[in-house]
Write a new protein. Structure first.
Length: 96
């Protein structure tokens, strides 16, 4: 579980990132979760965009992404989700 200070730090780190995944009409599926998990292992911090044609609520999508990848939900702002997961092999971010 992340503290408020750690979430603030991660939000500032994620500010300049571009979304690397999009959740569309099909919603969240198993293949997407595997790919996002691999990206989290490489980068530790990823942004995901939820498209307007998504049929699920954005809060449900964010929760499903976080649980499916076993990552921490850092932020849900607008239709953008920021996830963080500590990398086993590629540790880059040192939390305060």
């Amino acid at each position: 579980m992340l503290t408020g200070k750690q979430k603030r730090f991660l939000r500032s780190e994620a500010h300049h990132l571009d979304p690397i995944f999009q959740v569309g009409k099909g919603g969240v599926n198993e293949a997407m979760l595997v790919q996002i998990g691999e990206a989290l292992e490489k980068r530790e911090l990823v942004k995901i965009s939820i498209l307007q044609n998504n049929e699920d609520g954005k809060h449900e999508v964010a929760k499903h992404l976080a649980e499916g990848t076993k990552a921490e939900l850092v932020q849900l702002i607008g239709h953008t989700v920021v996830l963080y997961k500590v990398s086993v092999n590629n540790k880059r971010i040192d939390l305060p």
